[in-house]
Design a protein around this ligand. Sequence first.
Ligand code: DC
Length: 231
Amino acid sequence: MSEPRPFIVAIDGPAGAGKSTVSKVLARRLGFSLVDTGAIYRCVALKARRAGIGFEDDVKLGELLERLNVSFQVVGEDNHVYLDGEDVSEEIRTPENSMAASRVSSRPVVRAGLLALQRRLALEASKGAILEGRDIGTVVFPDADAKYFLEANPEVRARRRYEELFQKGVERSLEDVLADQVKRDQDDASRAVAPLKPAEDAVRVDSSNLPLSEVVHRMEQEILEKMSRKQ
Ligand code: DC
């Protein structure tokens, strides 16, 4: 008999909706692995920038994907991201690389090339995996065991991102963070392939007026209930 599949949780939503924080805490509490799919797109963007590859150069992007080596490791409270063995956790999150990630993520060659990697990272988990991204519930795991779409109003999301950057010492005004976010949201939601949109069967959670700890608590209860029904 084949091994049962790990319990798959899909968490999608726009930038700054709280996906990273919620996913990290949930993964820790449930003992699940965490696959930050945005970080994978960010690594593709960083590798392309370093190699001077244009964000529309599908041939070179395709070759780059064949050599892509991304891994994750939880160190203390943080989920560190490694590109070809180098810790790039900070470098992939600069404003320039965020915009670059959004651009490469609109290329069908990149999306198709990353599908198998995202699925493999999740299926390697022993108990369960949380995948956070934009198209997990619609494309990567349409048959996920639990699906969420996290939202929050644009001002709340921009402020969260601003504070995150501020804590990392990145100088950027709140207005600039909001403008970048509006552009990235529009691009992510309007692209032809796998646009940002909730799966029909996703539970939508608006965290504009909810502390993220409350969001985690609700999701954890639901996931535990679903896990017990699946056994
Ligand atoms: O979640 P994030 O901000 O780290 O994602 C960076 C970019 O990657 C985002 O602008 C859109 C893209 N992305 C995507 O297209 N599909 C995913 N599953 C995850 C991220």
